[in-house]
Design a protein around this ligand. Sequence first.
Ligand SMILES: *[C@@H]1O[C@H](CO)[C@@H](O)[C@H](O)[C@H]1NC(C)=O
Length: 425
Amino acid sequence: MTHFHSFTFTLFTIFGLLFLARADSPISPGFPYGSKKVRGVNLGGWLVLEPWITPSLFDNTGNTAIIDEWTFCQFQPRPVAQSMLQNHWSTFYTEADFAAIAAAGLNHVRLPIGYWAFDVGPGEPYIQGQLPYLQKAVTWAGNHGLKLIVDLHGAPGSQNGFDNSGHHVSFPQWHSNSTNIARTNTVIKTLANMFKTNTNVVTAITPLNEPASFYGNAILTAARQFWYDSYGNIRFPFGTSQESNTIVMIGDAMQPLSYWNGFMTAPRYQGVAMDTHIYQVFSNGDAANSQQGHINSACARGNELAAFDLWTIVGEWTPATTDCAKYVNGRGMGARYDGTFPGSSYVGSCAGKSGAASSFSSSYKTFLRQYWEAQTITYEKGEGWIQWTWKTQAGAGEEWSYQAGLQYGWIPQNPTSRQFPNICG
Ligand SMILES: *[C@@H]1O[C@H](CO)[C@@H](O)[C@H](O)[C@H]1NC(C)=O
């Protein structure tokens, strides 16, 4: 874990002149981060299952104990789980989605994948087969001129306990177990090696999604070291002093950006970007906020994004302002918005706020458009944005779906056109 520091020191000692020269000749990323805005979508719920993105996949199991990909594989006969997964992987995203994403004027996709696509340990029920789809996704992105960010969304032991890490657990175990961290480093080395000569398409690797530092300082300590280790693994995949052009997209680990001031900055570190996620969905305060309050909160983030010392990309966000989408708080869990989530109280009915976009009123769609514009205007004060998510299963949480937004008009066909250019004042 601490090897990277000594590794760097050695390189500085032996290749001191080379490193001094490097400050004047930075790496060449496959996208002009910092001068052109990132506009993109996540490909959520494809290579890592999420109950709320594809609820029928979970409902069809007939087993309410199946709440994440781990239990999906654990509590069904393997051939059944395997064939459901294969069918999902081969149909939920196809090249047509990549063509539609490019046609919508977007330039990036961020693709979540779990460690188990590369490494299934003893006692882990996960089923493999995702890797060929990662490869296809890279080909399809390249075919349509899209840049692809590979995002490790689940690590052994879980880095956040969320179902979207693959395994919903009551307390994350990734950070406290050196075997888990070592396995994660190996996955990052594998990814860096896979794409080191294709950085025109795979421009960046996110070594770990959302390590949840709200569980305590130990996760933050582990995440900081893991970002250093990932820098070495991603930047030096050739086994020599030769550097890759792959961007190292570290995350804020759910700390304010100010916590990370001065972390992994140039000239010592080249090609580091910061991924921050902005949701106004998952607290009682967010549930109770007014529509104007949500817009104001989004607009208020601009200065912070503009000022931060790394390239800052809002790698997840949504025009949704409620947690009404079925299973978005976990399969079987209710919503804060209508008071059916433990510890919440009723704000309003979820009817017409979530589900099929065909049920949305025109005033609700106008609000979604305003809030979408407020966010994209603000996030472009940083390096740009990647919305969560391109699509959901038909009728499921469509307020989150970029595709539904295009169809129903709360997202413009050209992401730079504005109906409310002064929404942030
Ligand atoms: C650490 O994690 C590994 C799996 O990566 C597991 O086999 C091992 O039992 C864990 N160790 C402890 C002490 O929990």
